[in-house]
Ligand binder design. Structure first.
Ligand SMILES: [Zn+2]
Length: 242
C-alpha cells in the first residue's frame, strides 16, 4: 500500500501511456503502532485510464523495461557512462539489418514539448515528438557516420536498425538529422548543437535534414534512413529499388 503522502512529480499530460520517472513515496510497510512511514525514492510508469492514473510499473531502480506492446531491446545492449555522458553500446555486436530496440515515449506536439528539456526528445512526425521514455532508447547518441538508422514501420512505431555489421563494444548511433526538421529545431533550439562525433565526415554541427549536404541526404534516402515526415517536408520520394 502507498502511504497517504504519496506524491507524483509533474506527470506529463496528454494521451496514451504516461510516465513519471522519479517520485518520492512515503512507503507504509505495515499498519499498527511503531510502524512509521519511511520516505523512499521509487520509479513508476503510469498509464492514464480515464479518469484516473494507474501504476503499471513500480521499481526501486531506474526504469529500463518497456511497457506492454513495446519490443524489448536486444539483450546485448547496455549503458555506459563516458566523458561525453551516458551512451548506449553493444556487448555482443550485431549483423547489418538487425532490429536493436524500439523507440517510444509519451507523444506530444511541439508546443507542449517545447517547454521541456530537449534531451531525449525526438521528432517522429509533423508537429509530433516522443518525450523521454526512461528506457535505453533515450541514450542513443548522434553520429555523422552512424552505425544505425531509424525505421518507421507505421502505426507510430519507430525502431533502431543496424546499418552495418557492428562489433562488440561499439557505441550505437544514428544521425539525428534524419528525423529532425527545421520546424523541429525552431521548437527545440537545443537540437542544434556542436557535434563531437569524431567521424571523418563530421559536419561540426547537428541540425535539421534541410541542413544536410545534398549527397548525404540522397545517401540516407537510399538507405531508407529518412523519417517519413522528413521525406514529405523535403518533397523527396524513396527510390523504387536499391
Ligand atoms: Zn559529427
Amino acid at each position: 500500500m502507498l502511504g497517504p503522502a504519496a506524491s507524483l512529480a509533474a506527470p506529463i499530460q496528454g494521451g496514451g501511456v504516461r510516465y513519471v520517472h522519479a517520485v518520492t513515496i512515503h512507503w507504509a510497510p505495515g499498519r499498527g503502532k511503531g510502524r512509521g512511514f519511511t520516505p523512499r525514492s521509487v520509479y513508476v510508469r503510469l498509464t492514464r485510464l480515464q479518469p484516473t492514473w494507474s501504476i503499471i510499473r513500480l521499481s526501486s531502480e531506474p526504469l529500463s523495461r518497456e511497457p506492454e506492446g513495446i519490443l524489448p531491446p536486444h539483450p546485448g545492449l547496455a549503458l555506459k557512462d563516458t566523458s561525453r555522458g551516458r551512451t548506449l553500446y553493444t556487448r555482443t555486436g550485431h549483423r547489418r539489418g538487425d532490429t536493436l530496440l524500439e523507440h517510444f515515449g509519451p507523444h506530444a506536439n511541439f508546443e507542449t514539448g517545447a517547454g521541456l528539456a530537449p534531451d531525449h526528445v525526438m521528432e517522429v512526425g509533423e508537429d509530433e515528438v516522443f518525450l523521454p521514455s526512461g528506457a535505453l532508447d533515450d541514450f542513443v547518441n548522434h553520429s555523422c557516420d552512424p552505425n544505425c538508422r531509424l525505421d518507421f514501420r507505421g502505426a507510430g512505431r519507430v525502431f533502431l536498425i543496424a546499418l552495418r555489421d557492428i562489433a562488440p563494444g561499439e557505441e550505437l548511433s544514428f544521425d539525428y538529422a534524419t528525423t529532425t526538421t527545421r520546424a523541429g529545431i525552431q521548437a527545440f533550439p537545443g537540437w542544434r548543437f556542436n557535434c563531437l562525433c569524431g567521424a571523418d565526415n563530421c559536419r561540426g554541427e547537428v541540425g535539421s535534414a534541410e541542413d544536410l549536404p545534398h549527397e548525404r541526404l540522397l545517401h540516407y534516402a537510399q538507405l531508407g534512413a529518412l523519417a517519413p515526415h522528413v521525406l514529405r517536408r523535403l518533397n523527396l520520394t524513396l527510390p523504387r529499388s536499391a
